[in-house]
Design a protein around this ligand. Structure first.
Ligand SMILES: C[S@@+](CC[C@H](N)C(=O)[O-])C[C@H]1O[C@@H](n2cnc3c(N)ncnc32)[C@H](O)[C@@H]1O
Length: 191
């Protein structure tokens, strides 16, 4: 399934398919945030993006209309999985709730588990108590206001990459590409 750029939509009896590190977006509202997170995952070498809820869907019909060059561009290394109980699909991981909570660890002090699954809340809410109860660690980015969802993901991934010294590339290996909106590459639509 990896590398096809198609979403994997799985049922509850499907065998565990989670790989680490991974990112879970709970009930995201805006397609552009999900698309940006897929782009971030590709940048940092993260193989999976999971999301819950049905407010954002993959728009594969639109994708088929794109020129071949656009269809082939980037992101094919990221598996996109829409599933409502994502944490059940992992074994031996540390689910990290990224959320402003009273006892959250500050990002600058945080030691990232290698087998982390980072869980984020929706743009118009926060991580549900049910999902929070499944998380082992709690992490806050201590800034003055709530960050945009994709910006919060970017901040955590950069901090992880620098602290663990993984996922960074040499300047000679950078692949520059212009900004592409997710709907332009046919990945996601708001429902
Ligand atoms: C735009 S925020 C949600 C709105 C926020 N709950 C509020 O009341 O304004 C979307 C998600 O991004 C993450 N997030 C944003 N800013 C954050 C911060 N400073 N620290 C930790 N997580 C943050 C959280 O996962 C949050 O649920």
């Amino acid at each position: 399934m990896r590398g096809t750029n198609k979403p994997l939509i799985i049922g509850k009896d499907y065998k565990p398919t989670g790989t680490v590190p991974s990112i879970v977006l709970t009930n995201p509202r805006f397609a552009y945030n999900v698309g940006m997170v897929v782009r971030l995952a590709s940048c940092y070498g993260i193989g999976q993006i999971w999301w819950t809820g049905d407010r954002v869907a993959c728009d594969l019909k639109n994708k088929k209309k794109l020129p071949r060059e656009e269809r082939m561009k980037g992101y094919k290394d990221v598996q996109m999985i829409q599933f409502d109980r994502p944490l059940e699909q992992f074994q031996n991981v540390v689910p990290v709730a990224v959320e402003l909570r009273p006892n959250s660890e500050r990002l600058q002090d945080f030691i990232h588990p290698e087998n982390a699954v980072y869980v984020f809340g929706p743009e118009d809410g926060s991580i549900s108590s049910d999902v929070l109860s499944q998380c082992h660690r709690f992490l806050v980015i201590p800034v003055r206001h709530c960050l945009n969802l994709a910006t919060a993901v970017a901040t955590v991934l950069w901090d992880r990459a620098v602290k663990l010294n993984i996922g960074l590339s040499e300047p000679a290996d950078y692949k520059m590409s212009s900004e592409t909106r997710p709907e332009e590459i046919g990945l996601f639509n708001n429902v």
